[in-house]
Design a binder for this molecule. Structure first.
Ligand SMILES: CC(C)(COP(=O)(O)OP(=O)(O)OC[C@H]1O[C@@H](n2cnc3c(N)ncnc32)[C@H](O)[C@@H]1OP(=O)(O)O)[C@@H](O)C(=O)NCCC(=O)NCCS
Ligand SMILES: CC(=O)OP(=O)(O)O
Length: 337
């Protein structure tokens, strides 16, 4: 069984509720019956019921198994606005601002998760990552031990012997534009735990650069070297090393030549890029040139499961990212006991 089949099956073993706030997006409407038929999750669509049913009829799909909530007509609206006001009043917002903001489906969807009415949220087929992320940062926030929200892509590269038989995680490829060594170390630790939660495999983390173990010197090389050191201090049990180039990270013979003392070189399955330019460009090139599946941006560091999508995503991507979100929710609940 491949990763996609496995994660969908795992999701169906303990059914979670996923909210899709972009209810008017036809790809979300088409994904809904697939998610329900495969019993991956229960679905809440956000939007006006009549409008969504019309879109479903136009697309020839049946969404009657999903719950539809229209923020403007919802009994939750006032309570959500009150909670949002309490969360954001230090920023000077008024109660009226809070009420208006909660009518926005992305904010309403995040609040459904915060309140435990949904177990996770998937959005981004219609909205940019920045717009998906702001309500996550403002409403859901970070987990206790984490200060930054970051974004990774789970890459499934066909016919590939690198990483974990073609499975690898790229970060940050979606969210955090540029970090200092401490922040890069933190997002690397979050990435390792995302990889482990989704694949069940031991993460092996490489801090990528254009230099391998001092073969070049530059402040941006030094930043990744420092990030690796901090990561080793903060997570002594984690296999992490750097700085190293992409070939040294992935290819055993090249890793052995360029970084003979490294336990990570040639075996890495979690690749940490120096900044968001590098990470975003890399995932899109691998996705298109190697015909890889790219699932994400998977949002990490957040207190509750929410995931983003590329606006170029397919219906099948939405189904799989919903399954990933459901499995993350199961994992989080199992950690809490
Ligand atoms: C995530 C993102 C939207 C946040 O930007 P922003 O809303 O403009 O945030 P600001 O820098 O103005 O900071 C606003 C607040 O959010 C916090 N914040 C910003 N980014 C954060 C992050 N990644 N994690 C945690 N908190 C964050 C700031 O600390 C600040 O907190 P405060 O309100 O308590 O002072 C922004 O980093 C972004 O656009 N990232 C790139 C997304 C993107 O385009 N990706 C490419 C396609 S996938
Ligand atoms: C993750 C990403 O790059 O998203 P988009 O393609 O929507 O910009």
């Amino acid at each position: 069984m491949g990763f996609v089949e496995e994660i969908r099956k795992e999701a169906s073993e303990d059914r979670q509720t996923i909210v899709l706030p972009e209810g008017t997006e036809p790809r979300m409407i088409k994904a809904t019956p697939k998610i329900l038929e495969e019993e991956i999750a229960d679905i809440i669509l956000v939007g006006d019921e009549e409008e969504l049913n019309q879109i479903a009829a136009d697309e020839g799909v049946d969404i009657s198994g999903a719950e539809i909530i229209n923020p403007e007509a919802s009994d939750y609206l006032e309570d959500f606005a009150e909670t949002y006001y309490e969360l954001r009043k230090h920023k000077g917002i008024s109660k009226e601002d809070a009420l208006e903001q909660m009518k926005d489906s992305l904010y309403f969807g995040s609040m459904l998760v915060k309140k435990g009415i949904a177990d996770g949220k998937v959005a981004g087929a219609l909205n940019t990552t920045a717009n998906v992320l702001r309500p996550v940062i403002r409403i859901i926030g970070t987990s206790d031990d984490v200060s930054i929200v970051s974004g990774s892509f789970l890459m499934i590269v066909p016919d590939c012997e690198y990483g974990s038989e073609g499975k690898m995680l790229f970060a940050d490829s979606g969210v955090f534009p540029e970090g200092n060594p401490e922040e890069i170390a933190e997002l690397a630790i979050s990435s390792a735990s995302t990889f482990e939660a989704l694949t069940g495999e031991e993460p092996i983390v490489a801090m990528l650069s254009f230099s391998t173990k001092g073969s070049a010197e530059h402040p941006i090389v030094e930043r990744m070297r420092k990030a690796a050191e901090i990561c080793k201090e903060k997570a002594p049990d984690l296999q992490v090393d750097g700085e190293m180039q992409g070939d040294a990270a992935l290819v055993p013979e090249i890793g052995a030549k360029k970084a003979p003392d490294s336990d990570v070189a040639g075996k890495a399955n979690v690749l940490i890029f120096p900044d968001l330019n590098a990470g975003n460009i890399a995932y899109k090139l691998v996705q298109r040139l190697a015909k890889a599946d790219a699932f994400g941006p998977l949002i990490q560091g957040n207190a509750l499961p929410v995931n983003d999508l590329s606006r170029g995503c397919s219906v099948e991507d939405i189904v799989t990212v919903s399954a990933i979100t459901a499995v993350q929710s199961q994992f989080r609940k199992s950690q809490e006991g």
